[in-house]
Write a protein that binds this ligand. Structure first.
Ligand SMILES: Cc1cc2nc3c(=O)[nH]c(=O)nc-3n(C[C@H](O)[C@H](O)[C@H](O)COP(=O)(O)OP(=O)(O)OC[C@H]3O[C@@H](n4cnc5c(N)ncnc54)[C@H](O)[C@@H]3O)c2cc1C
Length: 379
């Protein structure tokens, strides 16, 4: 009888939720499937709504243990510290060593707060990743607002996430009956630079109308206590800072001894495995697909999910692997915190309550599917 091969899934990201929900298929091909994650899956689609008070933290989470164990696999609540791809083994925070036959990485991304001096180590600075930060930020603000405080909040980064965060910080202050004092700082000329110009203008108008101060052409160069210093020497009052300056791959990918891109992650091919090791797969924000520059967005991890699952399965059985071809357009919907949302699709854009309804429907359907898969075999 042939030896059971071990497939280790590191990180309960978007793609691995799918692999976990379908782990039985891998087990039926003679594999032992283990998912390792120190946390739960926090869904970024609902994250800004959770910050603004529209959703609870339970609404936003999926328990990876329930998901994989209901579907034939195992779960290990642990963090991978380093991986030796030559020896096919990894070292975990608990001190445990684990061997693998096939490895798949879906460990996401981080905000590099070292990029702006004075940010790292300041407890009043809140990077937008991990998503659980936004839940803790909400709790912190609720306490401060309840105590009659009205801190100055600065959001650094006027991309889609920074803009959504500013809108939902405003919503949170309003829910708490507090006076919002929010500044959104953007190094470029317009918010969400990649969106159609009309969408950017509408967003700018909507946020300024609520009293959110938007400073464009403002690159933050330094954090000092209670203040941010801009490139032109201006000082911006900021008791709490939310850092939304862009995402870079989880640094774990640089600890495998395999080729990586410094910011974008493990270099993979269209089979979603390392360009140098066909036993190491990667998906989502931690992977850099050669020849493409995919934005760090959950939608790509979701689309890669079936391919990574199918290609791990094919590797076990010796069948041909399939190419993943990324889509060139995707629907982006920003929750504006007031029951409306702004949608963009290539050059098209629209906004209003219907956009928010659509976003909520898409997000809830995604999460409900995995909640059902987690409960599938409990009885
Ligand atoms: C506030 C916010 C809102 C966003 N909104 C959207 C949106 O509406 N639509 C969209 O498409 N994208 C959105 N994004 C982008 C999106 O969050 C990321 O692209 C997405 O989370 C990447 O998913 P992933 O599957 O790569 O990893 P993630 O979903 O981030 O999962 C990574 C997992 O790896 C685990 N992990 C990390 N390190 C280790 C380790 N060493 N060992 C074991 N496990 C580890 C983590 O605990 C986590 O569970 C948003 C981002 C933010 C911050």
């Amino acid at each position: 009888m042939s030896r059971k091969r071990t497939v280790v899934l590191v990180g309960a990201g978007h793609a691995h939720l799918y692999v976990a929900a379908n782990a039985r298929e891998l087990c039926e091909r003679g594999a032992r499937v283990v998912l390792v994650d120190p946390d739960e899956f926090w869904y970024s689609g609902l994250a800004t709504g959770m910050l603004g008070g529209m959703y609870t933290s339970e609404d936003d989470r999926i328990d990876p243990r329930a998901l994989i164990t209901a579907n034939g696999g195992e779960f290990l609540r642990d963090r991978v510290e380093s991986i030796n791809s030559g020896r096919r083994s990894m070292h975990l925070t608990s001190g445990r060593e684990m061997a693998y036959d096939y490895l798949s990485l879906n460990v996401g991304s981080r905000v590099n707060n070292d990029l702006i001096p004075g940010m790292a180590g300041d407890s009043d600075v809140w990077p937008i990743k991990p998503i659980s930060n936004l839940w803790r930020l909400r709790q912190t603000l609720e306490v401060r607002y309840a105590g009659g405080e009205s801190p100055h909040l600065a959001v650094v980064g006027g991309g889609p996430t920074g803009s959504e965060i500013a809108a939902n910080l405003h919503a949170l202050a309003r829910r708490c009956g507090a006076q919002p004092r929010i500044t959104l700082l953007n190094s470029g000329e317009r918010l969400v630079g990649q969106a159609p110009a009309g969408a950017s203008r509408t967003l700018f108008r909507k946020l300024t109308k609520r009293g959110i101060k938007i400073e464009t052409h403002t690159r933050v160069t330094r954090r000092e206590p209670g203040t941010l210093v801009a490139n032109d020497g201006r000082r911006i009052e900021a008791d709490l800072v939310v850092l939304a300056i862009g995402l870079e791959a989880n640094p774990l990918v640089h600890k495998l001894g395999l080729p990586t891109d410094p910011c974008d992650g493990l270099r993979i091919n269209t089979y979603l495995h390392s360009i140098a090791d066909a036993r190491v797969f990667a998906a989502g924000d931690c992977a850099h697909m050669e020849g493409f520059h995919l934005p760090k967005l959950g939608v790509f991890g979701v689309k890669q999910a079936r391919f990574i699952h199918g290609n791990i399965l094919a590797s076990l059985t010796g069948e041909a692997l399939k190419n993943y071809e990324p889509q060139t357009r995707y629907l982006a919907i920003l929750n504006l915190g007031d029951g409306t949302a702004l949608s963009t699709w290539g050059p098209l854009w629209w906004n209003g309550h219907t956009s928010m309804w659509l976003k909520d429907w898409i997000d809830q359907r995604f999460l409900d599917g995995y909640r059902r898969a987690s409960a599938a075999n409990i009885h």
